[in-house]
Design a protein around this ligand. Structure first.
Ligand code: GLY
Length: 343
């Protein structure tokens, strides 16, 4: 099924329930160069056979300006012209770096994505933000907002996805349910990770719903002046926890959502039952609900967040499932809640 979404910076065609070969329909008369990582290349050699492909090391370390420069050198060596289409095949690291390289190579060339993880399908490949980290610590600090021409969804590519990556992706799925979709929240509470791993049509449906929520929010606020900030639900504390304790992004987001829900109980009267339901859902998708952390250490990192305004920070909270708000919170208030809910 093809759906075209119009963003301020341009239209994007979404091919849901498609196959990798859709690339050749879309780009039949074009010069195509794939950008992927070593894992995906080794797991799916047939799709890259005899195709021009730039292969990166798998992992976040590839999101650097040095790797961008090396990709550009490879593109020049391959004599890629301004009419090339760069196609990122992989998870969020690959889609971010492909979008960034395509935005600057010869001042901008066409690009598309074939996401290969739940996280990239439901969230990371969507939205037009792309970029790299600087000095490993300044995440996504150099980048652009530029939409791909197309995103192709091929669920066959998920058959080789490690189980940890399924949970990782479901943290973002659960985020969309909390933020916008009480029905999805109920559906997630009735099932678990095993169900979606073995029920392709339910999985496709779920991913498409997340993608549609993200598209709606980004189409209305591409440059994140307003409601796009809501997509940071669970991510404020998560970024600090992920950096300090080197856990998976999805695990940190899960813990971050528990913290945000507990804060919402204190500040907005979210019911304790809802927080409990959220914790049960997280467990069903093999995600943690707490971690042995040093609250003081976490607060020190939080205080360096770019959303800080004096002794407050804008936090994404829930009035209810499907009703998210941006709420300024004092650091003291946050520290108390983290201490209580991580015990
Ligand atoms: N590429 C991720 C985003 O735009 O949110």
């Amino acid at each position: 099924m093809e759906q075209v979404v119009l963003f301020p910076s341009g239209p994007v065609s979404y091919y849901y329930g498609s196959t990798f070969n859709k690339v050749w329909d879309i780009c039949s008369d074009k010069e195509v160069i794939f950008i992927t990582d070593r894992n995906i290349f080794d797991l799916h050699p047939a799709i890259f056979e005899n195709k021009k492909t730039v292969i990166l090391e798998a992992g976040e370390a590839s999101k650097s300006l040095a790797v961008v420069a090396s990709i550009i050198s490879r593109l020049l060596a391959m004599e890629a012209t301004r009419s090339v289409v760069l196609i990122g095949v992989g998870g969020g690291v690959i889609t971010d770096i492909t979008g960034f390289v395509a935005s600057i190579y010869m001042r901008g060339v066409d690009f598309g994505f074939v996401p290969t993880t739940i996280l990239a399908m439901a969230d990371a490949a969507i939205g037009g933000k792309n970029g790299v980290n600087i000095d490993d610590v300044f995440k996504n600090i150099a980048g652009t907002i530029n939409q791909p021409s197309f995103i192709i969804y091929d669920n066959q590519l998920l058959t080789t996805l490690p189980i940890k990556e399924w949970s990782n992706g479901f943290a973002e799925v659960i985020k969309y349910a909390c933020l916008f979709d009480a029905e999805m929240f109920d559906e997630l509470s009735q099932h678990d990770l095993t169900y979606y791993r073995h029920n392709e049509s339910a999985l496709k449906n779920l991913i498409m719903r997340c993608a549609e929520w993200k598209n709606k929010i980004v189409a209305e606020d591409e440059h994140e002046h307003g409601n796009r900030k809501l997509l940071n639900f669970g991510h404020t504390a998560a970024h600090a926890i992920e950096n300090l304790y080197k856990i998976h992004h999805g695990e940190a987001v899960a813990i971050g959502m528990v913290i945000a829900a507990t804060l919402s109980e204190q500040v907005l009267q979210l019911t304790a039952t809802t927080t409990l339901q959220l914790k049960n859902i997280l467990r069903g998708y093999e995600l943690p609900t707490k971690l042995d952390i040093n609250t003081h250490e976490v607060m020190n990192v939080l205080k360096m967040d770019k959303k800080r305004k004096g002794d407050h920070i804008d936090y994404i909270l829930l009035e209810d499932i499907g009703k998210a708000v941006i709420q300024p919170l004092a650091f003291d208030e946050i520290e108390n809640v983290i201490t209580i809910c991580m015990q």
